[in-house]
Design a protein around this ligand. Structure first.
Ligand SMILES: NC(=O)c1ccc[n+]([C@@H]2O[C@H](COP(=O)([O-])OP(=O)(O)OC[C@H]3O[C@@H](n4cnc5c(N)ncnc54)[C@H](OP(=O)(O)O)[C@@H]3O)[C@@H](O)[C@H]2O)c1
Length: 337
């Protein structure tokens, strides 16, 4: 019988997440029922939204249940199918688990093309984070040639894609990240026009003023808190703020206040939140455009790959602290097998 190593949600964190909130267990892999498939997970994703799902309070997705296997986006290979639309050997992507083997309903799995791109890309640039950047800019940011776009957490999974899309649209693109090598990546490899390390900058306002001397037309917001406040003080008339996420707040017991909101009124600015999963009707268009950019070498992509399901909690905690460089994924099985 195939053994399945799994990560259980053991305790609900208040403040920072640590190892004590997870438990690694081993159980026999489940058997698929009618209409289901057993998937050997090859890569799983760790994402900031998971911190929100560890809270007790209601959010846009149901919270993780204590004592149960944590859920994660993953790509894997069907090893047993009881659904006519899936065959053994098919490569699939879906909301699976922090575990080596998951059972899922066939209707909740998307087939992926393992020859078109590295499998892990379907969790990043060709998956949820890439689509988040694409949808946020297309539906809310609407950057125009020559405008200044500023991206926070700019070297991460969403940020690196958002910045490069804006660059492809002829914008002046600026960004910030929490380490000098990440800033060098933005400037030297992704072609950002300006970038700074927000951790070592003398002041956020000063660094933003230097990076964006003509103000900010589009802010791709990944961070919140003091960063949002500093940006609000520098937005231009009719600016658009794409409220994608506010990771600086996720581990705080009491969220920080924002003082400069009044600039939205005087500047007739728009600030709009969005959740990528509401836009799945745009997935085919996203995949077509992003795949073409990748094939044409128009867009770069960087990821950090942790090894083994036992290291998934550390990869998740490290990502929240900025230890990832690019998209953080966890490899659970050899590929090609
Ligand atoms: N709306 C949606 O549908 C949607 C979908 C996906 C993601 N998101 C949001 O998008 C944002 C980026 O997610 P991602 O998946 O691309 O993660 P990511 O950027 O790959 O990883 C998280 C990064 O956040 C940065 N960070 C952590 N704490 C910070 C702080 N206090 N101040 C500033 N930066 C901090 C770290 O980079 P540094 O080294 O630069 O600090 C860390 O590497 C998150 O806010 C997430 O919630 C939203």
């Amino acid at each position: 019988m195939t053994q399945n190593t799994q990560v259980i949600f053991k305790a609900r964190p208040t403040g920072w997440v640590d190892d004590s909130h997870f438990e690694i267990v081993s159980n026999p892999a489940s058997t698929p029922g009618d209409g289901e498939a057993l998937v050997r997970n090859i890569y799983m994703s760790v994402d900031p939204y998971m911190r929100g799902r560890m809270r007790e309070q209601k959010s846009y997705t149901p919270g993780f249940e204590l004592g149960k296997v944590l859920q994660a986006g993953a790509v894997g290979q069907v090893v047993e199918s009881r659904a006519p639309e899936l065959a053994e050997g098919d490569l699939v992507q879906g909301m699976l688990g922090w575990e080596n083997y998951s059972v899922a309903k066939a209707g909740q799995l998307f087939k992926v093309d393992g020859k078109a791109a590295a499998l892990s890309y379907y969790l990043g640039i060709l998956g949820m984070p890439g689509m988040t950047a694409w949808v946020g800019l297309r539906n809310i940011g609407k950057p125009r040639t020559g405008e200044t776009v500023y991206v926070s957490a700019a070297s991460g999974a969403v940020g690196q894609v958002a910045g490069q899309i804006a660059k492809l649209q002829g914008c002046r693109v600026t960004g910030s990240a929490g380490a000098d090598d990440k800033v060098a990546y933005l400037l030297d490899e992704l072609g950002f026009d300006a970038a700074f390390n927000y951790k070592t900058a003398a002041s956020l306002g000063g660094a933003l003023g230097e990076a964006c001397p003509n103000g900010i037309d589009v802010y791709f917001e990944n961070v919140g808190g003091a960063m949002l406040d500093a940006v609000l003080a520098r937005i231009n008339p009719l600016a658009r703020i794409v409220a994608c996420g506010m990771i600086s707040q996720y581990n705080l017991e009491r969220p920080e206040g924002v003082r400069n909101l009044a600039t939205i009124v005087a500047n007739r600015a728009l600030m709009q939140g969005f959740i990528v999963s509401d836009h799945m009707d745009q997935r085919d268009d996203f995949l077509a455009e992003m795949s073409a950019w990748l094939r044409g070498d128009k867009i770069q992509y960087r990821e950090t790959v942790a090894q083994g399901i036992e290291n998934a909690p550390a990869a998740f905690i490290g990502m929240l602290k900025g230890e990832n460089f690019g998209k953080q994924v966890v490899q659970l099985a050899d590929w090609p097998a």
